[in-house]
Every structure is written in C-alpha cells, then in structure tokens.
Write a new protein. Structure first.
Length: 110
C-alpha cells in the first residue's frame, strides 16, 4: 500500500474541499482527508505542538531507561530481563525524540 502524501490542501489539484476518512497511520492527531474534486487521499502534517510532546516524552523515556539500566548494572547479579526492558524503553525514547524533532524542525513535511 503506497503511503499517502502529506499536505494541508489536496496535493494533486490544490482544492481545499475534503471529506474525512480513517487515518492510515498508527498515531494520528486528525483524520486523513479525501479530496472532493479528484478523490486523492492525503494526510495532514504532524502539528509542531505534538512534535514537542514527542520530544519531551522521548527524553523522559531515554533518561529513565538509562538510569534504570545503570542501577541494574550496579547490582552484583544484574537481571538480564530488566536490562532488556530498560534498553527497549530507552530505544523507544530515542525513536520518539527522532520523530518529534522531525515534526518541529520540518513542520508540514512529517
């Protein structure tokens, strides 16, 4: 399935008239759009405020995961499951920060 283009108005004909439709992605702040004139499906860009929230939550996950991992490593017998979980939390935090920073520094493109 091809990805839907990101635009504020129809990327094909430039029309502002649309109908709402089910979002294509897992995380969406508004419904996707379908142009009333040419029937092109497109989605709205991630808002800058949402990008900032992604960065803040991602930073909290990264720091929390790394601190928990460091505390586990100080234990005489580290728990490998806990280390794996905390590493995953930190990695998800990095991904959230990456997406959020793209939305902040490239508004209207992500």
């Amino acid at each position: 399935m091809p990805k839907r283009p990101i635009a504020r108005v129809c990327p094909t004909c430039g029309s502002k008239e649309f109908t709402s439709c089910k979002p294509e992605g897992f995380v969406a702040f508004v419904n996707d759009r379908k142009c009333k004139e040419c029937k092109t499906l497109y989605k709205m860009p991630t808002p800058v405020w949402a990008g900032l929230i992604f960065v803040i939550i991602g930073l909290a996950m990264l720091v929390g995961g790394l601190i928990s991992l460091a505390l586990l490593l100080r234990h005489p017998i580290p728990n490998p499951i806990g280390m794996a979980i905390n590493s995953c939390v930190a990695a998800v935090g990095v991904l959230a920060m990456w997406h959020g920073s793209r939305a902040v520094f490239r508004p209207g493109k992500v």
